[in-house]
Design a protein around this ligand. Sequence first.
Ligand SMILES: NC(=O)c1ccc[n+]([C@@H]2O[C@H](COP(=O)([O-])OP(=O)(O)OC[C@H]3O[C@@H](n4cnc5c(N)ncnc54)[C@H](O)[C@@H]3O)[C@@H](O)[C@H]2O)c1
Length: 257
Amino acid sequence: MNTNLFDLSGKVAIVTGSGRGLGKAMATGLAEFGAKVVVCDRALDEAQQTVKTIKASGGVADATFVDISVRQSCEDLIKFTLDTFGSVDVLVNNAGIDIIKPTEALSESEWDQILDVDLKGHFNCSQFAAIQMIKQGKGGSIINISSIASVVAIQGLVAYSAAKGGINQLTRVMALEFASQKIRVNAIAPGYFENIMDGAEVEHEKPEKQQQIVTFTPMGRRGKSEELMGPVVFLASDASSYITGAVLFVDGGYTAA
Ligand SMILES: NC(=O)c1ccc[n+]([C@@H]2O[C@H](COP(=O)([O-])OP(=O)(O)OC[C@H]3O[C@@H](n4cnc5c(N)ncnc54)[C@H](O)[C@@H]3O)[C@@H](O)[C@H]2O)c1
């Protein structure tokens, strides 16, 4: 029996949008289990702070800029990773944005912004990472951060939900296409977490929103960012070696109720 199923030493992981929030927690978790981590964000100063945190607890990490909505930037990210740590074994597509507005008020450019980051950005990074993983010939793990909004309707999230629903299907199709190359592709779909996404603060301050979250989450609370460490390490590691094309809901039971 291999008791080191969760060991990530020797693996290189990229976590997009890891300058803050859930991405920062996942990058820290992957480093704690031995991965060398590329912390990348369009906020480079915040990415550098995450690297400091990881290094302070004995981990290995480096930071770089990325804007996942720009293809060239995603290609540069893979090149940076190879130059810095020599391979790409795990990609966590986490970077995301949110604009909360009713359908009739959402502009075309806001729709495009959300889809460019939350859907096209995941495709961009996955495509370049998968091409590199195929070249390396030793498989890999791609983990897309979806949301409960991929399967349940939440007011004001028309573009975000369309993107996240797309992420679930993109996950399944890539899982099928890359299975023979031993590249596993899975998604994590978080429910409501204590970290509020940039731009969603006003909505989440409303008492009726807070009530909705507590009422519809069977566990009766928001998740803590650290509670994504276990799921991401699981999907990145050999502990999930026969799992591909799955969407793992980490939502305190929200979608079960
Ligand atoms: N917070 C939640 O409750 C929650 C719930 C469900 C799903 N999610 C998903 O989890 C992921 C992380 O959410 P969060 O709460 O940490 O959000 P956040 O707003 O706190 O952090 C997002 C990070 O992504 C970066 N980013 C945004 N656009 C980028 C781009 N184009 N290129 C590179 N970096 C970019 C930001 O600079 C920021 O550091 C997102 O995909 C989000 O949709 C969050």
